[in-house]
Design a protein around this ligand. Structure first.
Ligand code: SIN
Length: 319
């Protein structure tokens, strides 16, 4: 590791194309995040037949152009969208005035949909979680997380449709947890091998469950165990799979040490180079892969209204 304090006058980045410098005395690393280069070049080289693609950030996010999600898409288009999701990890679409039925129908093309037991839903379609934020209801989704990791089979992906957005603010940020895993030291990566984390809905949703229903809910949704590093079932890519909303411990690890490790790994999502940020307009849609990314909804628009609906596709058991 080199220090940023140098006696000569050359650019501190000279000869450091793929290495980083420690910014003393804070222990902060600066410099090129070189391990992203291979994935970024791969994404730039991809060709698509049924739509155009504008990549967003280095390894995550792409806007899909030329599709109308309100219509019944051809199977070939759906298959190619699935490939694009695996590649870019989150897909963005503009100007998609979906009805609730069309939203559900589009998401169903990628798998069975879940019904969320703790969140408010669309009055007609229980498969659509409704996030209706107002001066009375604050947005609390501003913590990095992957959806429903407290389930035995957490989600494959989520399709979020913006119904009403504030004039500014209310962006959603996404972080590539595969890039986060790849950026860890070899030492930490081997320390994590075989580690199993405990996930529990109570940590984030416990306060909303009435006392007399807690026992029933606990039986229905017991704590679950998932690998700290999961392997994507379609791409084979490894990624960090712990988050501060739902991960409560590490099997066989003392509580304080487990919390410290979860916090250390969760912080990786905060690396700006692993992220992309989406500015919503009414009728924008984001479709993200919960097996590969975490997300964070910026809660900077109170007391204004922000109304979104989310369909969540059931995934498989992480391995
Ligand atoms: C969520 O956490 O799924 C909600 C994201 C958002 O409202 O932007």
């Amino acid at each position: 590791m080199e220090s940023l304090a140098r006696s000569d006058r050359s650019d501190p980045g000279t000869h450091l194309a793929a290495r980083r410098l420690e910014l003393h005395p804070f222990g902060v690393m600066v410099g090129p995040v070189g391990h992203l280069a291979e994935e970024r070049e791969r994404l730039w080289s991809l060709q698509w037949s049924n739509f155009d693609v504008e990549p967003h950030s280095a390894t995550i996010g792409a806007e899909i152009l030329g599709l109308n999600l309100c219509t019944q898409l051809d199977d070939l288009v759906v298959a190619e969208l699935r490939e694009a999701l695996n590649a870019y990890k989150v897909l963005f679409f503009r100007d998609q005035p979906l009805t609730a039925a069309q939203h559900v129908a589009f998401a169903r093309r990628f798998g069975e949909l879940e019904v969320h037991p703790f969140l408010q839903s669309n009055a007609e379609f229980p498969e659509l979680v409704r996030f209706e934020k107002t001066s009375e209801t604050g947005g609390y989704e501003n913590g990095w997380h992957s959806d429903v990791t407290w389930r035995e089979c957490p989600s494959l992906g989520s399709v979020l449709h913006a119904i009403e957005v504030p004039r500014s603010g209310g962006d959603t940020l996404f972080a590539d947890m595969g890039a986060a895993y790849d950026g860890l030291s070899d030492e930490l990566r081997s320390e994590l091998e075989g580690s199993i984390a405990v996930h529990d809905y109570l940590q984030a949703f416990g306060h909303g469950v009435p006392k007399d229903q807690r026992e029933t809910m606990r039986k229905q949704y017991p704590q679950v165990h998932h690998p700290v590093v999961r392997t994507h079932p379609e791409t084979g890519r490894k990624s960090l799979f712990v988050n501060r909303f739902f991960t409560t411990g590490i099997v066989g690890m003392e509580d304080a040490a487990a919390k410290a490790l979860i916090g250390r790994l969760a912080r990786e999502a905060e690396t700006v180079e692993y992220q992309c940020r989406f500015q919503w307009q009414a009728d924008s849609v984001a479709f993200w892969d919960n097996r590969a990314v975490q997300h964070y909804a910026s809660s900077d628009y109170w007391p204004h209204r922000r109304v979104m609906e989310r369909a969540t596709i059931i995934g498989d058991r992480p391995h």
